[in-house]
Ligand binder design. Structure first.
Ligand code: FEO
Ligand code: CA
Ligand code: CA
Ligand code: CA
Length: 595
C-alpha cells in the first residue's frame, strides 16, 4: 500500500520528538492550522471575543470551551466541505475568568491538585459556564488548501446547558425522570460534560454525557430512594457552583434532575431547529463516546465506555436495520435494541451480557421494575450480571476494515494486586492499556467474541512499568493514558492521550500512530503533540483522510494556573489573551493523505 514505508511501517511520516513546551508540534511536511478557538464567532453577527468582558449572551453565539469530540459530516458528499461537530466538555473557571483565585490542595494519593474557591462564583459566571458547555455545529470548507469556517452557514448552531432536549426510549416519561419543571419526564434543558461521541451511519451526531455528577450540589438523605443510585454515579459531585443559583442542580430540591443526565444525546446537524434527543436505550452512566458500525445484517452497533475506575465496556445493537436510501427512516433506530455489557473471560473470550428487564438478576427483587429502571441503573445492572470491572474505559472504536474493536483503558491507579485479571493485568495501572476485541465472523452483534491486549502503555525502558510497546518503538514513540482514537480510511489506528505531562511521562499529550498488524504490531510513532497543560481530544479524519482534525483541550492547565498566569498563552500568545482550547486542522503540505 502507498503509505507503507521502507522499514515496513504502515505510517510514512517522520516521527517528532516527545517533550514539553508552550506550543504544538506536527510531523515534518504537515501543517497544523488553528481552525476554531474558544470565543470565535459561530455566526456572521456574533460578538467579537473579549475575555475580560465576557457574558453568557455573547458566549451562546461563540465557540464554547474545552473542545473534546470532533465529528465531520460532509455536505453533498464533498470531503472538502462539511459540518464540524464539536463537544464542549467542561470549563476551567480559573483560566477563563480574570482575578480568579486558586488554592493548592493535597489529594489523598499525595498528588497536588488544584481546587477552586467556590465562594468567588457569581450567577453571571455560572451563566457563562453554562453557555460555554454543550456543543457547536459549524460549517467549514477548504479554500486554497486551507480550512475556514463559513460564518453565514445555515446549519451553524450552539447547544448549551440550557438547550431544550427531548427524552426518548425506555426511561422517557418514567416517574424517576419527572421534575417540577417537567411533570412529563420527557423534556430536559441542556447537556453537559459531553466528552467523546460519534456520528451515526445516517449522519446524526451523538454527544456522550460523561462526568455529569460534578454539576450537582446539595445533599440527598440516606433514606431517599435514589440514594444508592446517586452514590454509584458520584452524585452530587460538587465540582461546580450551578446548584447555588439553579435549584434543579440541587439534589435535595430536585432529586430527579440528576437522572436526566448521563445519557447519549442525538443531534440532527442538518436541521438547526431540531430538538436533540437523549436516547435512554443506551443506558445511563459516565458515557465516554458512542462510535458505531453498520453490521452485516444491517443492524447498527454502538460501542460505549463508562469512564470510571472499575466500570464497564458496553455495546448497543439496534433492533431495526439501517436504511441507506431513506435518512428519515433511521430517525428513531436508537430507541429500540439491546444493551450489552462485556465480561472479558480469562480464556480470551468475551461474553456480551444483555441488560434486559426480567432476565437473570434484573428483576423486581433487585429493584428493577421495568426496562426504565434497568437503563437508569445500568451500572448496578451490570454489577449484578458480573461484567468485568475495567481500568476506566474511554473510547471504544470499531474498525470496519478488520472487524476488530479497540478499547482505550486510560488508567486505574486504584487497582490492587488481588484485583488484577487478564483484561486488567497491572496493579496500580498508571499508564493504561488497549484491548483489541475480535467480533466473531465480523458479526459486530455477536454475543461471544475473543479479545487480546494490544498494548500495555508506559515507558518500555523502565522494567517495572511492564509496558509492551514493540522494540521498534523509539523513545519518542511510547505513550501513557490512551483516551480517544480514530481509524483512518486504510483501517490504521491513531491514538490520542490524556494525562501525559513533564512529571508523569516527560512529554505532553499527543497523537500516536499504532501498528496493529504484522511484525510491527505494538509499534507506535509520535505524529502530533499539544502545548503544555493540554489534553489531546477529537481526532477525526475527513472522508478522504487528507485532513486530520484534532482538539487541543485545556491548554495551559499545568501547575496552579490562572487567567493571569497560565502555563502557556497558546495559540494567540498575546499578553491579555488567556490560552484558548482550539480545534486544529492538520493537512499535508501540497496536499495528499495523512500518511
Ligand atoms: Fe472526558 Fe473519559 O474523558
Ligand atoms: Ca477530556
Ligand atoms: Ca475522553
Ligand atoms: Ca480522559
Amino acid at each position: 500500500d502507498e503509505a507503507r514505508a521502507e522499514d515496513g511501517s504502515s505510517f510514512g511520516f517522520d516521527e517528532i520528538e516527545a517533550g514539553v513546551d508552550e506550543t504544538h508540534h506536527v510531523a515534518k511536511g504537515y501543517d497544523a492550522d488553528i481552525l476554531m478557538r474558544w470565543g470565535d464567532k459561530i455566526f456572521a453577527d456574533s460578538p467579537d471575543f473579549d475575555p475580560a468582558a465576557q457574558t453568557a449572551e455573547k458566549q451562546t453565539r461563540q465557540f464554547g470551551y474545552n473542545n473534546d469530540y470532533v465529528g465531520f459530516v460532509a455536505l453533498d458528499g464533498n470531503p472538502d466541505h462539511g459540518l464540524l461537530l464539536v463537544n464542549h466538555e467542561y470549563t476551567n473557571a480559573e483560566l477563563m475568568f480574570p482575578n480568579w483565585a486558586k488554592i493548592g490542595k493535597k489529594m489523598e494519593d499525595g498528588k497536588e491538585e488544584d481546587a477552586v474557591i467556590m465562594g468567588d462564583y457569581t450567577k453571571e459566571l455560572v451563566d457563562i459556564e453554562m453557555a460555554a458547555h454543550g456543543g457547536t455545529v459549524i460549517e467549514i470548507r477548504k479554500v486554497n488548501g486551507k480550512w475556514q469556517p463559513v460564518l453565514d452557514g445555515k446549519y451553524n448552531r450552539r447547544i448549551t446547558a440550557n438547550t431544550e432536549i427531548a427524552i426518548s426510549g425506555p426511561a422517557a416519561g418514567h416517574d424517576r425522570l419527572k421534575t417540577k419543571a417537567d411533570p412529563t419526564g420527557t423534556k430536559v434543558f441542556g447537556t453537559f460534560n459531553n466528552c467523546a461521541g460519534g456520528v451515526t451511519p445516517w449522519g446524526t451526531w451523538l454527544m456522550a454525557e460523561e462526568n455529569v455528577n460534578g454539576y450537582f450540589g446539595g445533599e440527598l438523605k440516606d433514606d431517599h430512594p435514589e440514594h444508592a443510585n446517586f452514590k454509584r454515579m458520584g452524585i452530587p459531585g460538587g465540582d461546580y457552583a450551578w446548584s447555588k443559583f439553579y435549584d434543579r442542580f440541587d439534589v435535595e430540591k430536585e432529586p430527579n434532575e440528576a437522572n436526566r443526565f448521563g445519557w447519549v444525546v442525538e443531534v440532527d446537524p442538518m436541521d438547526p431547529t431540531s430538538v436533540p434527543v437523549k436516547r435512554t436505550a443506551l443506558g445511563r452512566f459516565k458515557h465516554e463516546g458512542a462510535e458505531s458500525i453498520v453490521n452485516k445484517d444491517g443492524r447498527v452497533v454502538f460501542y460505549c465506555g463508562d469512564d470510571e475506575r472499575f466500570d464497564y465496556v458496553y455495546k448497543f445493537v439496534t433492533k431495526g436495520t439501517f436504511n441507506p436510501n431513506d435518512r428519515a427512516a433511521n430517525k428513531n433506530l436508537l430507541d429500540e435494541g439491546t444493551l450489552y455489557v462485556a465480561r472479558f473471560n480469562e480464556d480470551g473470550t468475551v461474553d456480551w451480557l444483555s441488560l434486559i428487564h426480567g432476565e437473570g438478576p434484573l428483576t423486581a427483587e433487585n429493584g428493577f421494575n421495568s426496562q426504565a429502571d434497568v437503563v437508569i441503573g445500568a451500572r448496578k445492572a451490570s454489577d449484578l450480571l458480573g461484567a468485568t470491572k475495567m481500568d476506566r474505559p474511554e473510547d471504544v472504536q470499531p474498525n470496519a476494515k478488520t472487524g476488530k474493536v479497540y478499547c482505550m483503558l486510560t488508567n486505574n491507579s486504584k487497582r490492587k494486586d488481588e484485583q488484577v485479571d487478564k483484561a486488567n493485568p497491572r496493579p496500580e495501572n498508571k499508564f493504561g492499556h488497549i484491548i483489541e476485541i475480535t467480533e466473531t465472523d465480523m458479526d459486530f452483534a455477536s454475543t461471544k467474541s475473543t479479545w487480546d491486549v494490544l498494548l500495555k502503555c508506559g515507558d518500555p525502558s523502565v522494567a517495572e512499568v511492564g509496558s509492551s510497546f514493540s522494540t521498534s518503538t523509539t523513545a519518542n514513540g511510547w505513550f501513557g493514558m490512551p483516551d480517544n482514537c480514530a481509524i483512518d480510511a486504510e483501517g490504521r489506528l491513531w491514538v490520542a492521550t490524556d494525562g501525559n505531562s513533564k512529571k508523569a511521562t516527560g512529554r505532553t499529550d499527543g497523537i500516536w500512530a499504532v501498528e496493529t498488524d504484522g511484525d510491527l504490531r505494538g509499534t507506535s510513532k509520535l505524529f502530533f503533540r499539544v502545548p503544555v497543560g493540554a489534553e489531546m481530544c477529537g481526532p477525526c479524519f475527513n472522508p478522504s483522510s487528507d485532513t486530520f482534525f484534532v482538539a487541543v483541550q485545556h491548554p495551559g492547565d499545568a501547575g496552579l494556573p490562572t487567567f493571569e498566569t497560565p502555563a502557556t498563552r497558546w495559540p494567540d500568545f498575546k499578553d491579555a489573551m488567556p490560552p484558548r482550547p482550539s480545534v486544529v486542522a492538520i493537512t499535508k503540505q501540497g496536499g495528499g493523505k495523512i500518511a
